[in-house]
Design a protein around this ligand. Structure first.
Ligand code: ATP
Length: 503
């Protein structure tokens, strides 16, 4: 459950949003036209960070597990897909409008915020009872009941301060477009609201072509689209976003163990990446989605409170059975392992699914929030001592956009040439930059702001003995080492293996 944002917390998010823009991580989409709500673009440093996060997830799934393979399915799918999945009928959010402010809200979010107020005021039991009641009403699709709950709880519009509410209505979150240029009666083509269905409809293609044996997983990274009612909190809730999903197909009856296994594994991933254990927590769902038998969120404590970053869902055979029924194509697997109870093969069945689903953008935001550091540092000695503020991004070196910056101390005496030589030697291994403008201190600052873990300085001594200083972003300490040692030194720090080793 989230706690309401305090002014200090929203100021921190504001600083992060401003930082993300100024240093080329995230821009508002089509900003010159005042932007498009809840749509964002990634800049030069942002795309590197995001790609590194995606590659880390991808390799964690498909390289560390011999039984997980990937696919890249299209965004458009046959319209029946979304009938079968339940999205046409049920992918709704309950919305409510305030008649005075004309502002629109998600009814469930208003209630959750009220519950969080109780929790913060020291009455978690009342908060839990409120969310449980909401879950019950939503499951029963009792929208009048949800409205009454808002009224009974005296929930007011934060803008108008009144409780003058409309009815609660369900709003479908799927975007649609016309798929056929000639047939205006043709059903709409949806922009997929999740990547998972591309995996389900390819279940047999993948199982047969890659000769997978249960248990096995299919992983995918791709865009998803949702017409979110209230889009707030920067890239936390977007209308176009990216998901990293893995569907793990298991023998019915074993889903409980696999659910626990993946739940633990996914939490370890976030901790290995540097998100502190104290800022991560599990949150069991109060209201289960139409497909789910069990569902838990991994929440991260964003500056605006604990919020979902990843979902782990035990989906049973819901999706494959639905596709089997609507397509009239069997979605079964023949399991020739022997059932110890009967001594015979388990035979044909529709597998059960445990899903892990994380938003690339939310992982990016969590990573950025965690990395954003402000500290006061002291420089110089005695009377010459000064203090100043330092902002830096303490990104895990494995995901930092640039791994090392190379600085010739001055733009003469052969130092620029030496810097270029180092760049040429290392550029097949790492993403590097050469910076020769401004004083060294300013150059360090620029790299700190984008999270570059190492700055390599070429100075007079380099020309004599082929050694350089390596300055460390987090400690600001410098180490002198031979140029020949750089590849191994940087390589070790930025390798994905540093993350994998903790999984
Ligand atoms: P929420 O409750 O925040 O709307 P959800 O429970 O609908 O999220 P899922 O359907 O479980 O989310 O989607 C899996 C993951 O996809 C989420 O954990 C989140 O990281 C990401 N995600 C979902 N919706 C968005 C969005 N609008 N913008 C960015 N990421 C999203």
């Amino acid at each position: 459950m989230s706690k309401p944002t305090t002014p200090a917390e929203s100021a921190q998010l504001k600083d992060i949003v401003a930082h993300a823009k100024e240093y080329g991580f995230v821009f508002q989409s089509s900003e010159i036209y005042d932007g498009l709500a809840a749509v964002y673009d990634y800049g030069p440093n942002g795309v590197e960070l995001k790609n590194n996060l995606k590659r880390l997830w991808w390799e964690t799934m498909t390289q560390l597990h011999g039984n997980v393979v990937g696919i890249d399915a299209a965004i458009f799918m046959a319209p029946q897909t979304w009938e079968a999945s339940g999205h046409v009928a049920g992918f709704n959010d309950p919305l409510i409008d305030n008649l005075d402010s004309k502002k629109r809200y998600r009814a469930d979010v208003l209630i959750e915020e009220k519950a969080a107020e109780y929790e913060n005021a020291g009455d978690p039991a009342r908060g839990a009872a409120l969310t449980a009641e909401m879950g019950r009403l939503l499951t029963a699709n009792d929208l009048a009941g949800v409205r009454q709950l808002i009224i009974d709880e005296k929930i007011l519009c934060p803008v108008s301060g009144t409780g003058n509410w409309t009815e609660v209505r369900q709003f479908n979150l799927m975007f649609s477009t016309q798929g056929s240029a000639v047939d205006s009666e043709a059903p709409p083509v949806y922009l997929r609201p999740e990547t998972a269905q591309g995996i389900f409809v390819n279940f047999l293609n993948v199982q047969k072509s890659a000769r997978m044996k249960i248990p096995f997983g299919i992983a995918q990274i791709g865009k998803a689209f949702r017409n979110e009612i209230v889009a707030r909190q920067f890239i936390f809730r977007m209308r176009e976003f990216e998901q990293m999903e893995m569907q793990f197909f298991v023998r019915p009856g074993t889903e409980g163990e696999w659910y626990d296994t993946w739940k633990a594994a996914r939490r370890r991933f976030h901790e290995a990446l540097g998100l502190p254990a104290a800022k991560l927590r599990f949150h069991d769902h109060d209201k289960l989605a139409h497909y789910a038998k069990a569902a838990v969120d991994i929440e991260y404590e964003f500056p605006f409170g604990f919020k979902e970053m990843e979902g782990i869902h035990s989906r049973g055979d819901f999706d494959l059975t639905q596709h089997q029924n609507l397509s009239r194509k069997k979605q079964q697997y023949f399991d020739n392992d022997l059932d110890p109870a009967t001594g015979k093969p388990y035979g044909n069945y529709v597998p059960y699914v445990v899903e892990t689903s994380v938003g690339a953008d939310r992982l990016f935001l969590a990573t950025l929030c965690e990395a954003f550091q402000e500290e006061t540092i002291t420089e110089g000695e005695g009377d010459a001592q000064t203090t100043k503020q330092r902002t830096f991004l303490k990104l895990h070196p494995a995901v930092a956009p640039i791994k090392a910056a190379i600085f010739p101390l001055v733009r003469k005496d052969g130092m620029p040439e030496k810097a270029q030589q180092i760049f040429d030697e290392l550029r097949f291994d790492f993403r590097l930059v050469i910076e020769d403008k401004d004083a060294i201190g300013k150059r360090y600052t620029r790299q700190d702001l984008i999270g570059t873990p190492f700055c390599i300085v070429v100075d007079g001594q380099t020309l004599e003995d082929d050694t350089v200083t390596v300055r460390h972003r987090d400690t600001r300490e410098q180490t002198r080492m031979p140029i020949g040692a750089l590849r191994a030194y940087i390589g070790e720090a930025v390798s994905f293996k540093t993350v994998f080793a903790k999984l």
